[in-house]
Design a protein. Structure first.
Length: 358
């Protein structure tokens, strides 16, 4: 629907008319009744990470590992509150840390993924939640193992530019190399794992790099068809991070990127985090946003701890005010609920819970 050159020119342009034309194009082509969201619990299994991104406040030097009892307690509380997604997130390659490795050994595990698998299997067997893992770079075999117990998985591309590896954002983060991330997203496609990825806007990237990243996601999706949603996430300043003096992206910049994401990515759902876009989120719905992402009645957003989740009631008000309805979804989108895309364990769980009639 739009070429690379047109997209770059659009990001550079200051024409209101251009924006209004594209908004009309989107609203004529994509007719939506519902905006979706997922009710989740956020489980930060460990905050140690081998990377040190310039915008990160999640990472800690402490080699912490959340114990089984604590994880289960969160899962059971979340279940009672009606959550359906267990978001397991932790730093990349945490078992490169000797102290974490020791803790895992003490618990009877060789590595963090064995521990994760057990917790996720427990989640499927004992709660009404479905696991979604986002823990940085994983190889083909690791993805294959985790597919067994995950309804979907995720990894932000953030940006496809290798240049950013030499900037404050990613110079201490080997795992943020776009080649590694693209390889993992492609491997997930080969394994037919319903997948979430996204861009981080405002970390020093150029307009060209934003557009190229969107086209890269489109290219991968055209090959494998597995990308269920793309998050357009805005960089937020936090005190104490290396990028604390950087500027956040403006609302118009975000609006334009969302417009382009919708035009380029077509059938992929576009998501914005509602806690990072409290003032602007409603307007972004007009630009083609389909999904508010995960919100939690129980756990905070450990990646953006300063930004409280809105309540479902608020999301509903924001959504209904622009003539749309709010609908809760599972961590796997409806179109991927089939034996083709899900493991036996996860598919059977969904059927058993009556979330999809065969
Ligand atoms: S943003 Fe993610 S990958 Fe980067 S340091 Fe933080 S936890 Fe690690």
């Amino acid at each position: 629907m739009i070429s690379r050159e047109e997209a770059i020119n659009f990001l550079k342009s200051t024409s209101i008319e251009e924006i209004l034309n594209k908004l009309a194009q989107i609203n004529n082509k994509f007719k939506r009744d519902y905006i979706t969201y997922s009710k989740n619990v956020f489980i930060p299994l460990s905050k140690w990470c081998r990377n040190r991104c310039g915008y990160c406040i999640f990472r800690e030097d402490k080699p912490s590992l959340m114990k089984q009892d604590k994880v289960k307690e969160i899962l059971l509380k979340g279940d009672k509150l009606g959550c359906r997604e267990a978001l397991f997130t932790f730093g990349e390659k945490v078992d490169e840390n000797e102290q974490i490795k020791e803790q895992l050994k003490f618990m009877g595990y060789d590595n963090i993924l064995e521990y994760l698998y057990d917790l996720e299997e427990w989640t499927l067997n004992n709660t009404s939640l479905l696991p979604h893992t986002n823990c940085g770079i994983l190889n083909y075999d690791e993805l294959k193992m985790l597919k067994e117990v995950n309804a979907s998985m995720g990894l932000m591309l953030e940006n496809a530019s290798e240049r950013l590896m030499n900037t404050i954002a990613h110079k201490h983060s080997p795992g943020k190399h776009p080649k590694l991330r693209i390889e993992m997203i492609e491997n997930a496609g080969k394994l037919k794992i319903p997948f979430t990825t996204g861009l981080l806007i405002g970390i020093g990237e150029t307009n060209e790099e934003i557009v190229d990243s969107l086209f890269k996601i489109k290219e991968i999706h055209e090959k494998y068809g597995h990308i269920q949603e793309v998050i357009i996430q805005n960089f937020r300043v936090k005190r104490g991070i290396p990028m604390e003096n950087y500027k956040e992206p403006s609302p118009i910049k975000m609006l334009k990127v969302i417009i382009l994401a919708k035009l380029i990515l077509d059938d992929i759902s576009i998501q914005i985090p509602p806690n990072l876009n409290r003032e602007t989120g409603q307007l972004f719905l007009l630009a083609g946003v389909d999904d508010w992402g995960g919100i939690s009645p129980l756990t905070k957003d450990y990646v953006n701890p300063e930004a409280e989740w809105p309540e479902v009631k608020e999301l509903r008000e924001w959504t209904e005010e622009v003539g749309l309805k709010l609908k809760m979804r599972l961590p796997v989108y409806d179109k991927y609920i089939s034996r083709e895309w899900l493991s036996e364990k996860v598919y059977n769980k969904i059927i058993e819970m009556g979330w999809l009639k065969e």
